[in-house]
Design a protein around this ligand. Structure first.
Ligand code: PLP
Length: 395
């Protein structure tokens, strides 16, 4: 049976990491995959996470199955972060959440929900967007179309073009927005622009889907939910795929959430029962550990304060690297203006490096960047900055 199969192409981002791991050159730098690194170049376990794990380990009494959607405490924790702890959406019972395996798992559950149960199978994603969006949505049978987002010349968002292309969205189509820290451009709508988009969405009958993978990496945990909360004011129905991979550093525990907001509690229950059938047929029910960590931290005031501080440290370090990168390139005599990197936020930016330059950086300097020129700023440190910027100056 298998001799007729040829190899699938390597994933553009994870394939790069595999090549990076095999590279034996010293001083190699990986700016490909979106994983936070500290000043020492390692991906640390947050101290609030370690403490929560100690509590969990000493208190757990069973390894029995969770329910299909995970624990209610986890679901409530997810909703409080999304909508604010005193949100009417929560008190009215309009939201239902499931613990999904990572943001990717949440997106896949969401995609199947749309494909199986909603009248329109079309989903709009920004051009550009996270490379895996297309894979996940197409695998579930959705038609993926793009709306304009980025002006490559100006290295900025093109809001007029965005609105213009979104005019073609038909009522019932799903439109995906990045909650904050747009991946790959690092550029988000302003509060006024979110407001305008939310009104357009309500008037046009779009179904908004928020992919919220970087809460806390932009301006702050609460601040980063502004766009979603503005949308929730104007749109009675919403879908959200959120992730704790980055803001809790729980990459390998696979902790995400799929949340559905409906007009009222009955509609939420009905719709969510379909979501549960989808989960049952996929992975049956989620693993406990990562969700247990998150719930423990969110429900303990001192651990929560520690988490906020640790998220702020990650956010500030990345912003510091953005500024240092721009300054160091200038010092190295690079005349091209890179100041836009300082104005963007989150892990990623489009560097503007072209595929030839990206290839030379890999071949000649062991610096790994995705072919599109997207850089993960979180991979920069004070130690590797000089070598990185010298290499960029040379190419
Ligand atoms: N959405 C976006 C925009 C992402 O960048 C990522 C991860 O890189 C995800 C979703 C998925 O995150 P997870 O690792 O939790 O599956």
């Amino acid at each position: 049976m298998f001799e007729q199969l040829s190899a699938a192409p390597a994933d553009p981002i994870l394939g790069l990491t595999e090549a990076f791991k095999k590279d034996t050159r010293t001083g190699k730098i990986n700016l490909g995959v979106g994983i936070y690194k500290d000043e020492a170049g390692t991906t640390p376990i947050l101290s609030c996470v370690k403490k929560a794990e100690e509590q969990l380990l000493s208190q757990e009494t069973t390894k029995s199955y969770l329910s299909i959607e995970g624990t209610p405490e986890y679901g409530l924790g997810v909703q409080r972060l999304l909508f604010g702890s005193d949100s009417d959406i929560i008190s009215a019972g309009r939201a239902r959440s499931a613990h999904a395996p990572g943001g990717t798992g949440a997106l896949r559950v969401c995609a199947e929900f749309i494909a199986r149960h909603l009248p329109s199978k079309r989903i709009w994603v920004s051009n550009p967007t996270w490379a895996n969006h297309g894979n996940v949505f197409k695998a579930a049978g959705l038609e993926v179309v793009t709306y304009d987002y980025y002006d490559a010349e100006a290295k900025d968002k093109d809001f007029a073009a965005m609105k213009n292309s979104l005019q073609q969205v038909a009522a019932g189509d799903t439109v995906l927005f990045h909650g904050c820290c747009h991946n790959p451009t690092g550029i988000d709508p302003t509060a006024e622009e979110w407001e305008e988009l939310a009104r357009l969405s309500a008037a046009g009958g779009w179904l908004p889907l928020f992919d919220f993978a970087y809460q806390g990496f932009g301006k702050g945990i609460e601040e980063d939910a502004a766009g979603l909360r503005i949308f929730a004011e104007h749109n009675p129905e919403l879908l959200i795929a959120s992730s704790f991979s980055k803001n809790f550093g729980l990459y390998n525990e696979r902790v995400g959430g799929f949340t559905l907001v409906a007009r009222d509690a009955t509609q939420a229950d009905n719709a969510f029962s379909q979501v549960k059938s989808i989960i049952r047929a996929n992975y049956s029910n989620p693993p406990f550990h990562g969700g247990g960590i998150v719930t423990t931290v969110l429900n303990n005031a001192s651990l929560y304060a520690e988490w906020e501080k640790e998220v702020a440290e990650m956010r500030d370090r990345i912003q510091g690297m953005r500024d240092l990168f721009v300054d160091t390139l200038k010092e190295k005599g690079v005349s091209q203006d890179f100041s836009f990197i300082s104005r963007q936020c989150g892990m990623f930016s489009f560097s503007g490096l072209n595929p030839d330059q990206v290839k030379r950086l890999k071949d000649e300097f062991a610096i790994y960047i995705v072919g599109s020129g997207r850089i993960s700023v979180a991979g920069m440190t004070r130690n590797n900055m000089d070598a990185l910027c010298s290499a960029i100056a040379q190419v």
